[in-house]
Design a protein around this ligand. Structure first.
Ligand SMILES: CCCCCCCCCCCCC/C=C/[C@@H](O)[C@H](CO)NC(=O)CCCCCCCCCCCCCCC
Ligand SMILES: Nc1ncnc2c1ncn2[C@@H]1O[C@H](COP(=O)(O)OP(=O)(O)OP(=O)(O)O)[C@@H](O)[C@H]1O
Ligand SMILES: [Ca+2]
Length: 502
């Protein structure tokens, strides 16, 4: 035991054999670090490694060789022990065997299960047999038995598990999901995402990489990242929750076309994306939204949401104060509504950046994971060439909002009605209008589509074009910690140092 100058900091020091080398190991209690270095490095400062004790998964004494074992020097612990509290011990795991490249089961068995077992986590595993299996199951299981739920699959699978958990929570709390104004009960059981889908946008946007081992380590360590959730209603009927993209026009059409091509796997999105790009359809409608006034930050900010984000922390405090003031009672929201009518190639409402391997900065690079707002992106009628320039900017460092035909707003609620449904409401007897076919009567070559598009809600289609959306601040939690500063694809998470300790 070492006492450093000042008399406060206590360190445990010892030596550790790693491979052929002997390292000097110190445990710095005050800073919560386990550090090791070569006592005789070739140059000063080289080969210094450390890991926060909160990130050590397990410690196991290993038998180095027979000689040592026979002396009784090395003794195996009956069970490796976890280092900190708040880590999950019992998990419920759902695997979609058909998501993405159909690798879900293999990924879990080969990459995740061995890590869970090393960390002494027990898991009840359900391999889904049909769509909605996980969601329905979550309404029946004894949920209090578990410290978290894990989904192995893509965004669609995550969405299923989220609907199961949020739906279950509202049912248990007696909250009517069909009431678009009802304050929803927060869902405190964390969800872990092991990416095995086609886009894996939620995982990529909350972790910074789409990698099963990194995600498994976040689950084991017990990280916690709150997440905003939007509720989507039509005529006082609940339709869906959304966490990543609600897209009408381009992304709705891509999804609708790609559903018929599921057999192509993740490639279906490129094929349908190219087809939809060529079709170049505009859609006419009315958008109303309430701008977010009380949050810090704007969609044109240069800084993005990162681990420990102060914009999200501020929103968390505001939420806590609001709950203290009026509990879960509904408070009439009298903030102003802004109305925009027009012809749009794409209407996107995103709760998070929507970064994914196809677009590493996402649809709205400065959107926040947990600030209680969504970014509304309106791409107005423009030429094919301009739309291509807009799309290409999702893949490079240039600003995709710096176009005269693109507008972006930070909002807390949003409504949309298509021109077609407005017209149908005002003259329901005008059957000829519906029969007339797909394209604009006045300009057959103008690509203005009088048929509706479809809403893409986190990768699933919605049946209704007229919708009402409300963002619920931090409604749920993930086993994640947001994207770390200076995180790159190669070094998203430094598990190499953790692995050396296993
Ligand atoms: C020239 C290259 C331009 C590339 C532009 C790439 C922009 C990609 C932006 C991706 C945003 C994903 C948002 C996440 C949505 C998820 O909740 C959802 C569920 O998983 N995924 C999709 O809906 C899946 C949506 C997938 C959309 C793929 C769109 C591909 C567009 C390709 C256009 C090609 C034009 C080429 C012209 C020569
Ligand atoms: N056993 C199953 N058989 C058929 N469909 C399933 C099964 N289990 C889950 N599903 C459904 O499959 C859909 C797609 O799954 P998933 O999200 O895992 O993959 P993906 O669509 O390839 O990826 P992404 O959503 O990231 O684009 C989900 O909406 C889910 O409801
Ligand atoms: Ca948000």
């Amino acid at each position: 035991m070492e006492q450093l100058p000042g008399g406060r900091r206590l360190r445990l020091a010892s030596s550790l054999g790693l491979g052929q080398r002997c390292w000097e190991v110190t445990l710095d209690e005050e800073r919560g670090l386990l550090a090791w270095r070569d006592p005789r490095p070739p140059r000063r400062g080289a080969d210094n490694c450390f890991v926060p004790t909160s990130e050590i998964i397990a410690v196991e004494e290993t038998e180095q060789n027979k000689k040592q074992r026979s002396t009784g020097k090395w003794q195996k612990m009956a069970k490796p022990h976890a280092f900190t509290e708040c880590r999950p011990k019992q998990l419920l795991v759902y695997i979609n065997p058909y998501g993405g490249k159909r690798q879900g089961k293999r990924i879990y068995e080969q990459k995740v299960a061995p890590l869970f077992s090393l960390a002494s986590i027990s898991a009840d595993v359900v391999v889904t047999e049909h769509a909605n299996h996980a969601k329905d199951n979550l309404f029946e299981v004894n949920i209090s038995k578990y410290d978290g739920v894990v989904c192995v699959g893509g965004d669609g699978m995550f969405s299923e598990v989220m609907h199961g958990l949020i739906g279950r929570m509202q049912k248990d709390s007696g909250i009517d999901q069909n009431n678009p104004k009802a304050p929803l009960a927060q869902c405190n059981i964390r969800i872990g995402i092991i990416p095995a889908g086609s886009t894996d946008c939620v995982c990529y946007s909350t972790v910074g990489i789409s990698d099963p081992v990194t995600s498994a380590l976040h689950i084991i360590i017990g990280d916690c990242q709150p997440l905003d959730v939007s509720s989507v209603h039509h005529n006082n009927t609940f339709l869906k929750y959304a966490v990543s993209l609600l897209g009408y026009g381009f992304y709705g059409d891509v999804l609708k076309d790609s559903e018929k091509k599921r057999w192509m796997g993740p490639m279906r999105y490129d094929y349908s994306g190219f087809k939809t790009f060529l079709s170049h359809h505009y859609y006419e409608g009315t958008i109303s939204f309430q701008p977010a006034k009380h949050t810090l930050g704007s969609p044109r900010d240069k800084d993005s949401c990162r681990t420990g984000c102060c914009v999200c922390k501020e929103s968390e405090q505001q939420l806590a104060e609001q709950r203290k003031k009026c509990g879960f009672k509904h408070e009439e929201d009298e903030d102003e509504w802004k109305v925009i009518k027009g012809k749009f190639l794409a209407i996107n409402v995103v709760n998070m950046s929507c970064a994914c391997p196809r677009s590493p900065k996402g649809l709205s690079p400065a959107a926040h994971l947990a600030d209680g707002t969504a970014d509304l992106i309106l791409v107005r009628k423009c030429s094919r060439f301009d739309f291509l320039r807009y799309l290409v900017r999702h893949t490079n460092r240039d600003d995709q909002f710096d176009f005269s035909f693109v507008d972006v707003y930070r909002v807390k609620s949003f409504q949309f009605t298509s021109k077609l449904s407005e017209d149908n409401e005002s003259s329901v007897t005008d059957i000829g209008k519906k029969r007339f076919g797909q394209f604009c009567r006045d300009h057959p070559a103008c690509c203005c589509n009088i048929a509706n598009s479809t809403w893409n809600c986190d990768g699933e289609t919605l049946d209704s074009s007229a919708i009402e959306v409300r963002v619920h601040c931090q409604l749920m939690k993930l086993f994640a910690r947001g994207i770390e500063e200076n995180c790159t694809d190669e070094a998203a998470y430094s598990h190499s140092s953790i692995e050396q300790l296993l």
